[in-house]
Design a protein around this ligand. Structure first.
Ligand code: SF4
Length: 287
């Protein structure tokens, strides 16, 4: 019971941290992009986003009014055992964290049909926003690690998961990914973005891998393909909040899973907005 209470408190702090704090590699990337931005009003916008992040970090308040939907990502060590009641304690921690922040009240009232039309309105309590289903992966060791990602609404409107034909060419697939990204980054409005991609065999697998790419992605570690996509979109001159400039995309995170023995690859793309990637982690030793 003592351990489960600690889980709830740790998860609540992690939700607040994810919602209010940019990580060090993210801050360094922002500062470098801002320093290199040559268009004055684009630079001005970036300077203000950085100031916003400093205040949010200092006051532990939300980076954006759209505080996002919590997406829990759980990694369980091969030698760890999940205590009875762990997931319930984790969900209680997410509820507490949303209330502590406080997040924008976005939980939709009603049964499964009423929630579609939103005819019963919203809950007043921020914590009534339920998290997305938990993603689970295994890892080495005896720890349990939870990463909470807060996903805003704007990028969801611009996200896309679809099969594309590979034409036996990696270049063709990458060019298609760039073709997908350009109009969605341009239409988002809350640039600069961080692009995330998952490539898999099914829509479910590709979407899960895109979330994993967000979890693992670092702004100071970019593969050749990730850099190629970032540079290609930045070459279009969309810029911060669409003002023009070189900083439309700060980084690209890609996770490539197993591939289907056929002519298509399922690709899931999310143009994460200027306040994202919003994520934080906590972990517990189980031995
Ligand atoms: S898209 Fe991002 S920055 Fe824009 S309102 Fe939503 S969470 Fe905030």
């Amino acid at each position: 019971m003592v351990f489960l209470n600690k889980v709830t408190d740790d998860v609540a702090r992690t939700v607040v941290d994810a919602s209010s704090h940019w990580r060090d590699d993210q801050v360094a990337c922002w500062k470098q992009a801002c320093a290199e931005e040559e268009i004055p009003h684009a630079k001005w916008a970036m300077e203000n986003f950085i100031k916003n992040a400093v205040v949010a970090d200092k006051k532990h308040c939300a980076l954006c009014d759209d505080t996002g939907t919590p997406h829990p990502f759980l990694e369980i060590g091969d030698e760890a055992s999940l205590p009875a009641g762990f997931l319930e304690a984790m969900e209680e921690g997410i509820r507490k964290g949303l209330n502590d922040l406080p997040a924008r009240p976005m939980g939709v009232r009603g049964d499964e049909l009423e929630r579609i039309s939103q005819c019963k309105g919203l809950y007043d309590e921020p914590g009534m926003l339920k998290p997305a289903p938990t993603q689970i992966r295994r890892m080495a060791g005896s720890k349990i690690r939870l990463t909470v990602l807060m996903l805003g609404g704007g990028p969801e409107i611009r996200s896309r998961t679809q099969a594309l034909f590979h034409m036996h060419s990696l270049d063709h697939v990458v060019e298609e990914m760039i073709t997908w990204a350009v109009p969605q980054v341009a239409a988002l409005g809350c640039q600069p973005c961080t692009l995330s991609f998952g490539l898999g065999r099914t829509a479910v697998e590709a979407s899960s891998l895109s979330l994993e790419a967000m979890k693992d992605g670092r702004y100071d570690v970019q593969s050749e393909i990730e850099k190629r996509i970032t540079d290609a979109v930045n070459g279009k001159g969309i810029g911060p909040i669409g003002l023009g400039g070189a900083s439309s995309v700060l980084a690209t995170f890609i996770k490539i899973g197993d591939m289907r023995a056929s002519g298509f690859r399922v690709v899931s793309m999310r143009p994460n907005c200027c306040m994202e990637i919003r994520k934080a982690s906590c972990e517990w030793e189980t031995l």
